[in-house]
Design a protein around this ligand. Structure first.
Ligand SMILES: C[S@@+](CC[C@H](N)C(=O)[O-])C[C@H]1O[C@@H](n2cnc3c(N)ncnc32)[C@H](O)[C@@H]1O
Length: 256
């Protein structure tokens, strides 16, 4: 799910108070080994060049009040981010581009179900070269000892906790059908690869994925493609209508 963006510091408290009752319900319905993944953008104190602390306050409250464990923080980097707001970035030149959002992975227990072998990435050329040539066992400047097992091909490299997915889709079935039927296109859609990553990483086939703030339901589409069951809640009926296009029979054939 994704949380709302525009909050200054005074509003931060309001936001945390608004969010906690939802979080308690997420905790209640989550399986013991399940995960809760929260996408949240940082924000600034209104009228200043400095940062609101609401993301940090929310993390603390989710752990202290709701009993979630913070499993790991991910940073979602967005290379195409605009230099906004203009006042601070392009006029006063005080800030740089804000090109990341947080993806916070919470769990119900200290040992959530997760498997990083399901989200391995292709090896870099440098790594392929090392695997071919072999690696001499030695102690690195950091003090870490790299043993000879480092050479083993394990099917891909373990991803880092920063993820780069651009929102560049421009000609999908969803967009075309919304345009055709005059339905409002959701303005804040996930890139498909984002929910896909966490669904693969944290769930197995047949598990249930729930997106309580589903928007155009990219999460449901990814879950469907990956053979998971899914539930989607969304306040706006128009967004729900649009989201149905993701599951057209024709579209299913395109995915298959
Ligand atoms: C950032 S959008 C999610 C976009 C989605 N990730 C996608 O890829 O299309 C958040 C959505 O939450 C919905 N929303 C806000 N409050 C809600 C509530 N109380 N219950 C259900 N949906 C809500 C909004 O209408 C909005 O569509």
């Amino acid at each position: 799910m994704r949380a709302k963006k525009e909050y200054g510091n005074a509003d931060a408290e309001v936001y945390v108070r608004w969010f906690l009752p939802f979080a308690k319900e997420f905790y209640r319905v989550l399986k013991p080994e399940g995960s809760f993944v929260l996408n949240i953008a940082g924000s600034w104190q209104k009228g200043t060049a400095t940062r609101s602390l609401y993301v940090y306050e929310l993390i603390v409250e989710l752990v202290k009040q709701v009993n979630f464990h913070l499993a790991q923080e991910f940073i979602w980097t967005k290379p195409a981010a605009l230099p906004a707001p203009a006042m601070w970035v392009t006029i006063k030149r005080i800030r740089v581009k804000d090109a990341v959002e947080y993806i916070l992975w919470f769990s119900k227990t200290p040992n959530p179900k997760a498997n990083n072998t399901k989200v391995l990435q292709p090896y870099s050329d440098a790594m392929k070269y090392i695997m071919q040539k072999g690696y001499r066992s030695k102690v690195r400047p950091s003090g870490h000892h790299i043993g000879k097992n480092f050479n083993l091909d394990r099917g891909g490299s373990i991803p880092p906790n920063f993820l780069t997915f651009s929102n560049t889709e421009s000609n999908t079935h969803y967009l075309n059908m919304c345009n055709e039927h005059n339905i409002k296109i959701h303005p804040a859609r996930y890139p498909f690869k984002l929910p896909e990553f966490f669904i693969k990483f944290l769930t197995d086939k047949g598990d249930i994925v729930l997106d309580p703030f589903a928007g155009s339901n990219v999460t449901g589409e990814a879950a469907e493609k990956l053979g998971r069951k899914w539930l989607a809640f969304e306040l706006s009926e128009e967004y729900l209508k649009g989201s149905k296009f993701r599951f057209d029979l024709k579209q299913k054939k395109l995915i298959a």
